[in-house]
Ligand binder design. Sequence first.
Ligand code: NAD
Ligand code: WQD
Length: 343
Amino acid sequence: MPCILLTGATGYIGSHTWLALQDAGFDVIGVDSLVNSSIRVLDRLETIGGRQPVFVQGDVRDQAVMDRCFELGQARFGGIKAVVHFAALKAVGESVERPLDYFENNLGGLLAVCQAMKRHGVFNLVFSSSATVYGKPERLPITEDAPLRVTNPYGQTKLLGEEMLRELERCDARWHVAYLRYFNPVGAHHSGLIGEDPRGVPNNLMPYVAQVAIGKRQHLNVFGNDYNTPDGTGVRDYIHVCDLAEGHVAALRYLADKGQSLTVNLGTGQGYSVVELAQAYGKAADREIPLVFAPRRPGDVDACYADPRHAFETMGWKASRGLEQMCIDSWRWQSTNPNGFEG
Ligand code: NAD
Ligand code: WQD
């Protein structure tokens, strides 16, 4: 079976995609600097998948690290056929404080990955983009042809990354790229052995709610209850991370079979409010999630959810897991690993 190189492989989405690829019969090599993930993920992947992960620890911006990945792919699996590029820094607030670090890591990383791919004659790439490229949407649900605009340096690295890759494709027809615009990935693998393990105070809603449920935080601060939504709190398109992982399998098959690029939203098409999510989580964890209404968070939009039809029409992929499953699986991970991968 074809071998796929995953950058950012021990991260939240990378680790779930690793398993989805193995389940679909692919061989996988992972590379990660561990700047935002734990080496212990590898033991968990072995326990779940029954195979020892082939992993290179290092920064994708280091040419020697990338060459080692491709050489390992050649020696172990007869060559890498495509790359899924997850490796990036992803905290919106931090990107405003340290924009140059974000440009250097996310854009420098993408450039280095493409250069390594070219050196080794590999031209199929899956790029982790984000719904953040749509900024404040004019129309809902959001289709892929919606205007693109960003409001922070993190978002800018995704938009510029897309633009750089589109220019590369225009100049050299060998390149084919799947631009996957993720909405809000949540949940965890059903085994409860891997999941999202944020460092410090979680920025995102579900990991924060999970920490309230486990008793690490007293209440959820609901950022704004005067939005133009049915209950006044922000509405988002939460997608189970295992559905998202399967979207990468579909994208890799599309690149291999069709030999052309594609841009797709990976979302469910269904929006839920902050209060709805907190209530669903409370039900899954069988406890109350205390809410405290707080001011709006700068930069947030009222509502953001995908039109996911293009992903189904092109790659035959659609999300199958609902909000209840997302909460149950997140809670299984959180309650059995209260301190994440650190024991
Ligand atoms: P994550 O932080 O859990 O995973 C990213 C991984 O990349 C980490 O393990 C980190 O150690 C690694 N990394 C970062 N820079 C690196 C470098 N220079 N060299 C090698 N490894 C490096 O994040 P995630 O949630 O799994 O996100 C994966 C991708 O999806 C990112 O590109 C992110 O921007 C994108 N994305 C995430 C979300 C989300 O809400 N989680 C939404 C949209 C897009
Ligand atoms: C969801 C809702 C908050 C925390 C972010 C990035 C985006 C993408 C996904 C990478 C909003 C509310 C949150 C809390 C709250 N990442 N909230 N209390 O902002 O939709 O998207 O992650 O590409 O780029 O911006 O997700 O989970 O942070 O927030 O009330 O403690 O929950 O206001 O309405 P967001 P989120």
